[in-house]
Design a binder for this molecule. Structure first.
Ligand code: G6P
Length: 356
């Protein structure tokens, strides 16, 4: 293995800090013609299956949230659960398979089942020549560079950027003026640089306060939900703290029963369209004594409603998931280190799962 930590204490830390560069190389490597081919197929599709596992599935959910605006029907599928959807697969459909490694067996099997029934498949993967890249009709590469830490970080944000670029390409084909959205995507590396600089300190302090906690909720609405899911997954994976993500509005239908004094609840305020409604969930949780934490836009009033707020530099709608997930990655990383675990080699987990 040629990869080195380059002075960083762990690969996970290095890969979190590398995100400005990995986003820049991904953006530079996106081929407009390929994006357009995928966007054309997307726009012509009856159903759009979005398939992946783990972190890659979460990236797919962010795209799934945008597709109804294009009057498209997203069908997000956890790769290992594809069989139940098989009767739907048809030649008028299109699929986007998301996989960092391109080797996750569940994702590959889902793709095989789709293609057998005539579904055209576009792969989004970080590995050139991977099985998934060879078995798809179209490939769009993320260029995050090799990711050594078992928990995905830079590959998630580059997947989100790539899928957003696909969405913007579809908007352009539909005749929309996309200049502003293109500027937003172009500014993603610089945004990530500012986020890393500005949020590390608070994430580290907060990790110290979560050290002894057995459990936490991560709540978000709309496009913030997949970000909350990814934050919770990271905390479980490397810090071994039970974390459950839930749609914020749904949390009163069960999860709130467990909330008592100092129970940590992480609110993700990445989605501009749902921030106001999320505030009412903050109030509900605080009324039960929750320790209310969250990622909020900088210089906003949202911080005042929380016990501890991580202020995230302002981001547009498409790049906010990238900006808000970075401090959640850091929170998990620092919590693992605080608890004495090696975040690069979480127990029971593999970087790539090649068994069903
Ligand atoms: C494993 C890894 C995760 C990853 C998932 C999907 O569970 O530990 O970090 O998100 O596989 O991997 P893929 O390579 O398909 O993105």
């Amino acid at each position: 293995e040629m990869a080195t930590k380059g002075g960083y204490p762990h690969f996970m830390f290095k890969e979190i800090y590398e995100q400005p560069e990995s986003l820049a190389s991904t953006a530079a490597g996106l081929e407009p013609a390929r994006l357009e081919a995928a966007a054309n197929a997307l726009l012509a599709a009856r159903n759009v299956y979005i398939v992946g596992a783990g972190t890659s599935y979460h990236a797919g959910l962010i795209l799934a949230h945008l597709l109804p605006r294009l009057k498209l029907t997203p069908v997000p599928i956890v790769a290992s659960e594809y069989a139940a959807y098989e009767p739907l697969f048809d030649k008028d459909d299109f699929a986007i398979a998301v996989s960092q490694s391109g080797e996750t067996i569940d994702t590959i099997k889902a793709v095989r089942a789709m293609r057998e029934r005539g579904v055209r498949v576009a792969a989004v993967t970080n590995v050139v020549g991977s099985t998934l890249s060879r078995e798809s009709d179209l490939v769009i590469y993320t260029r995050a560079g090799p990711e050594i830490g078992v928990a995905a970080t830079k590959t998630f944000t580059t997947q989100v950027l790539t899928l957003s670029a696909l969405y913007v390409s579809a908007l352009r084909l539909l005749g929309y003026d996309v200049a502003e959205r293109e500027r937003e995507l172009k500014a993603a590396p610089d945004l990530a640089r500012r986020v890393v600089e500005k949020t590390a300190g608070t994430a580290k302090d907060l990790a110290r306060r979560l050290r002894q906690k057995p459990s936490a909720y991560y709540l978000g609405r709309g496009a913030a939900l997949p970000v909350a899911m990814e934050g919770a997954l990271k905390l479980k994976e490397v810090a071994y703290i039970h974390a459950e993500a839930y749609p914020a509005g749904e949390s009163k239908h069960g999860p709130i029963a467990l909330v008592e004094e100092d129970f940590p609840v992480v609110f993700v305020f990445s989605d501009p369209a749902t921030r106001e409604k999320t505030l009412s969930n903050v109030a509900e949780m605080k009324a039960r004594g929750a320790f209310a934490i969250g990622t909020v836009p900088a210089r906003s009033d949202y911080a005042k409603k929380l016990d501890v707020a991580i202020e995230v530099p302002d981001a547009g709608e498409l790049t906010a998931p990238i900006a808000h997930v970075i401090p959640l990655q850091m929170l998990a990383y620092f919590a693992a280190v605080e608890r004495g675990y090696d975040p690069d080699k979480p127990r029971n987990l593999a970087k790539t799962v090649t068994v069903e």
